[in-house]
Every structure is written in structure tokens, then in C-alpha cells.
Write a protein that binds this ligand. Sequence first.
Ligand code: 5GP
Ligand code: MN
Length: 321
Amino acid sequence: MNDTVKSIATLLKDLDGILIFPHINMDGDALGSSTAICLALRELGKKAYVMINEPVPKNLDFLECSCTTDDDKVLDEVQLSLLIDCNGMNRITGREDAFNRGKLKGCIDHHMSKHSDIRFDFKRMEAKSAATGEIIYNLIKALGVPLSLDMANCIFTAITTDTGNFQHSNTTARTHDIVGHLHKIEGFNSKTISALIYDRKSKGAMHLEAEVLDKLNYYADGKIAVGRITQELLKRHGCTMDESEGIAPRIMSVDGVEIGVLIKESEMNVRVSLRAKSYANMERVASEFGGGGHIMAAGCTFTTSVDETEKALVPKLIEAL
Ligand code: 5GP
Ligand code: MN
């Protein structure tokens, strides 16, 4: 089942009381897409909120637009729970009860994962979209809502972050067409938004990045590079994990690296970011460990130590070469 954007727009027009769920470890696409559709639904006079249960990363603070809440009682009646940029319960950990309040459940996503543990009443999955933000742009148009500056900023953020600033292979003519339209919105300035996203790093975050890059472990004649961020490293540089955003793409800049890995130790578990430069299938590797994503960018979670995680991953990465 893959519903059309038009049929989803028709359905949304008849609903009120909508909770929108970006995935855990929210990124620019998850939060930007969620806020953009929230603002559009509010423009239609509907009660809508973006449900989160973690702090918004500092570089994405401008995406909140008074839409985010962690109060799962914010609405008396939830007619729809809308999952954004992911498709499974394991991507909204801690918000399951809030999600289950929705009488209807919908999903808008651009990941590969075909299977889901949720029975959706509607679903739009476009693996060819560079960002969920592209689908949301079309959905807002189908709703007949004029794009506001805030919505344009949200969609631009979704697209620039998920395309690695238009450098990844998921970038298409449609991606640029949509951004071309954003430029026509009064007040829109891509440089201003890019600076908010990319140019507000703390000095500690710069030192963190330098140390991770300095200590990369290389395998398979340098085709695989593994970076590691431990809690000790974060504390030493006075950083939070969301400040490590941006390190994975730097690993990919090394000549000869096909697969870049960033192993991130949190207080509860170990998160792994997998990136490929041109051919290795990271979605397949991530799936083997219960994760998912795209061919060129995927992720998974371990409950083992950083060392054990690296040991378990490397043979699978070598197979993927
Ligand atoms: P990142 O490494 O930036 O966290 O994630 C890379 C891509 O893989 C993103 O599109 C993200 O949504 C997806 N992803 C990361 N971790 C998981 C996971 O555990 N499960 C699934 N299904 N997708 C993931
Ligand atoms: Mn995305």
C-alpha cells in the first residue's frame, strides 16, 4: 500500500487533533518535515503538535516554531498520529503511548524499510525522495496551503541536511526544483539558514571532531574508516552527542574511504552511523543488526561496548565492499 499525496491531503482536510512524530535522534529532515506539516495543518485551523521527548539539537532550534511539545496530554482527542521520516515503533521510543492515542495512524517516509510493526491507515513511502521534506513540500501544496517563510525554512533544512548539502547521490532535479521554489518565498535566504545549521559549532565540538578524525581506525587497505565517540571523550570536550553531527561526512572526505563508520556511545546503548561513498550497501549491513536507513546512509543500535561493537561490525563491512 502506498497512498498518493493527493489522497492523503484529502484525508487530512477532514481531520483535527493531530500529533506528529519525528524519529528519535531527530535530524533536520525529521524535525523540519514535522514542523512544516504541523504549521500547514495549523494554517487550515487544525490543532496540531510535534511530539518529542528529547531536547531539540541546538543547531536546529529555529525549527521549533512553537510546534514542539513533550506533553502527551496536549490534545484531548487525537484523531491522527503521523509518523515522519521513519516507519517503526522502535524509532519513537518513549512516545509509544502518545502515538497509540491516535485513532488513525499515518506514515510519511523515504526510507527503504518495507516492514513495519505498525498497522497504518495510510502511508506514503518514497525511497526516491532525497528527504521526507520533499514529500511534505508536495503534501503542503496538495493541501492548498501557501508556503510561509517558516515552512520554507523547515523544508530547506530537511533537504540540505539529508542531501549532505546537495552532495549526496539522492539529490535530483526535483530536489533542486523544490529548493528553487523556496527561493521565491519572500524573505527566504538559504545562506541565513545554512549558517544557522552548519556554522554554530562550539569550540569543544571542533576539538571533538579533530580528535575523532585524528584517531580513526582503518581497515581493508583504508577502504573502511571507523570513528569512535565515547562518553569520556564527550565529557572531556564539554559536548553533547548531538554536537557530533557533521563528523560522519568528514570521515567520508578521506581519499580511498568507501565505508565510513561513527560509533557513538550513549548512556543507554551504542549508536552506529554507517555511510558509503559509492557502492557499498549500508542499509543491508544496518538491517543485519536490527537497524535500517538508505543504501548510502544507515544506522543501527548495539548494547555491547564500543570495542565489541566495532569487532562485530568490521567483518560485515568488509563483506559489503
Ligand atoms: P544516522 O546515521 O544519521 O543516524 O542515520 C542515517 C540514516 O539511517 C537516517 O536516514 C536514519 O533515519 C536511518 N537510521 C538510523 N538509525 C536507524 C535505525 O536504527 N533504524 C532504521 N530503520 N533507520 C535508521
Ligand atoms: Mn530523512
